[in-house]
Ligand binder design. Structure first.
Ligand code: CA
Length: 245
């Protein structure tokens, strides 16, 4: 379930957004000003922030800029809410690092569409959509992982941590994920686990994929991390020294 932080000083608007998002299955936290928002985000990193431009004290734009400058919060998607519609204001919001913006008043349907679009682009695992790369398919709704098509479909048995790990890797195929990125996304932010733990679960994930002969789809990138590929280099014999390790 995706966590959304709503930063809005007008209680009526904040409540309306919260009600709507909770109804859609999102977990919602509220903050009425920049200090509250910072306290929230220091505790738990949300999957997305809805940020009002006009806040008492520190403005939404200043807050967005601060978060973009901090390695911990840099990647958190931000949708800016604004009562202004002037072109220069929109540009200022996007310059501050917002992924999208919405001009008040907006309809709940519009807000949802923007949230889904931003999550699809920036945090696809926050949405419960099936993901598939080559013959490998993961369905968060039914918690199933399958390989192959038609009569040749094999269901793979996979542990909960390996499931989340595979979900992250499948959502951004070909991209290299560092161990610390995987720790944040799979185990959660602020969890102190050794990076070696990632290697242990990658090994288990490869073992879980082995019955479908798909273990080589998880590649080790030396000195960088791991990535999932549709066409493993190992299959054309490029010396996949890692696949059985
Ligand atoms: Ca406001």
């Amino acid at each position: 379930m995706a966590r959304v932080l709503v930063v809005e000083d007008e209680p009526a608007i904040a409540e309306l957004i919260a009600l709507n998002l909770r109804h859609q299955g999102f977990e919602v936290a509220l903050a009425a000003n920049a200090n509250e928002a910072q306290t929230r985000i220091d505790k738990v990193l949300p999957d997305l922030v809805i940020l009002d431009w006009m806040l008492p004290g520190t403005s939404g734009v200043q807050l967005a800029r601060r978060w973009r400058g901090d390695p911990r919060t840099r990647e958190v998607p931000v949708i800016m809410l604004t009562a202004r519609a002037a072109e220069s204001d929109k540009i200022a919001g996007l310059d501050a690092g917002a992924d999208d913006y919405l001009t008040k008043p907006f309809s709940p349907a519009e807000l949802q569409a923007r949230i889904r679009a931003v999550l699809r682009r920036r945090a696809p695992t926050a949405l419960d959509l099936p993901v598939e790369v080559g013959p490998l398919r993961l369905d968060p709704g039914s918690r199933r992982v399958t390989h192959g098509q038609g009569a040749a479909v094999v269901e793979l048995k996979i542990g909960p941590t390996e499931f989340r790990l595979l979900h992250v890797l499948l959502s951004q195929p070909e991209r290299v994920h560092s161990r610390s990125q995987l720790l944040n996304r799979v185990w959660g932010d602020h969890v102190f686990i050794e990076e070696r733990t990632v290697d242990v679960h990658i090994k288990r994930l490869r073992e879980a994929l082995a019955p479908a002969d798909a273990q080589a789809m998880i590649e080790t990138v030396r000195g960088a991390g791991y990535r999932l590929v549709a066409q493993p280099v190992g299959t054309i014999d490029h010396g996949d020294g890692e696949s059985g390790a």
